[in-house]
Design a binder for this molecule. Structure first.
Ligand code: SF4
Length: 290
């Protein structure tokens, strides 16, 4: 790996940002709109991005997974070292309360948006499935850790069995990104994790790459692995989870930087790039563009 593509080389080309703007990483990497008109509308025309039902739904799925991790850690720290199954029982007793609380507090989709409708029953079922899946993973990890290390202390148990920090807040300004980035999760072994509940897209790896470079710019430690967790939650099909574990290599870093520079130039030039050959159905800006 050429060190010029590490996040800590942010004062030098090609990592240093070419303009003074700060753009959200999710907008640079989320290349659903191939022409970048979404970036033009948001940052040049200052149009607020309408909140679609799918966006709210996705946020709820992210929230339920991070809540489960937080509750598991909190339970362990408050109760001390307990049996994995006991932890599972406690977490599953909390399930309904947490889900209902999150549904109650979720922002509503924009009424004017054509994708504003959402199916509460399906969302509740999916959140239940995600919570139970996560609990099972944590229970297994706690049991495995206690079996291998029977004399382990509490802090070491929590960090070995649940070695991730969820919703990690990151300052991306060195790379021309927002100062309040939020990575889904960062594993203590130096792996960036991203959770997706939609279709697999090639550019999802750009987001993990961007987060990895931001972490490198802050901590000056190499981050070479990204992991995208795909949760397939479709009506009538049993949910399943797939992992895309990939290396954060030079071509991906280059692609991320090229996208960032292109987005920044578009904002600087205030140039409307027009519509791509095909707009995607769920685009929040559909009504604006069509
Ligand atoms: S509607 Fe089409 S052009 Fe407009 S932002 Fe969405 S994908 Fe891009």
């Amino acid at each position: 790996m050429d060190d010029r593509f590490r996040g800590w080389a942010w004062e030098y080309s090609p990592v240093d940002p070419p303009y003074d703007y700060l753009l959200p990483l999710s907008e640079i990497a989320g290349r659903y709109c191939e022409s970048m008109r979404d970036i033009y509308l948001h940052h040049v025309e200052k149009k607020r991005k309408p909140r679609t039902g799918k966006m709210v739904e996705g946020a709820l799925y992210h929230k339920i997974v991070s809540s489960c991790v937080e509750h598991a850690k909190r339970t362990l720290y408050s109760m001390g070292i307990i049996d994995g199954n006991e932890l599972g029982t406690i977490l599953n007793q909390l399930k309904s309360e947490v889900i209902e609380d999150q549904l109650k507090r979720a922002p509503k989709p924009s009424p004017a948006n054509r994708n504003g409708q959402w199916n509460m029953k399906t969302i509740r079922e999916n959140m239940t499935w995600l919570w139970e899946y996560e609990v099972n993973q944590i229970v297994a990890a706690v049991e495995r850790t206690r079996t291998v290390q029977p004399y382990i202390g509490l802090d070491a148990l929590v960090n070995s069995a649940i070695p991730i920090v969820v919703e990690q807040k990151l300052d991306g300004r060195n790379l021309g990104l927002s100062g309040y980035l939020s990575a889904d999760a960062f594993a203590t072994e130096g792996v960036v994790l991203d959770l997706k509940t939609g279709e697999k897209r090639y550019f999802h790896r750009i987001a993990t790459t961007g987060y990895a470079m931001v972490i490198e710019s802050i901590h000056e430690q190499p981050i070479d692995v990204g992991c995208i967790v795909y949760c397939w939650l479709r009506d009538g099909i049993p949910p399943r989870v797939d992992y895309d574990i990939h290396s954060i290599d030079e071509p991906l870093r280059q692609e991320f930087l090229e996208l960032r520079d292109e987005a920044m130039k578009l904002v600087y030039d205030q140039r409307d790039p027009g519509l791509p050959s095909k707009c995607y159905e769920d685009c929040p800006y559909w009504d604006e563009c069509h």
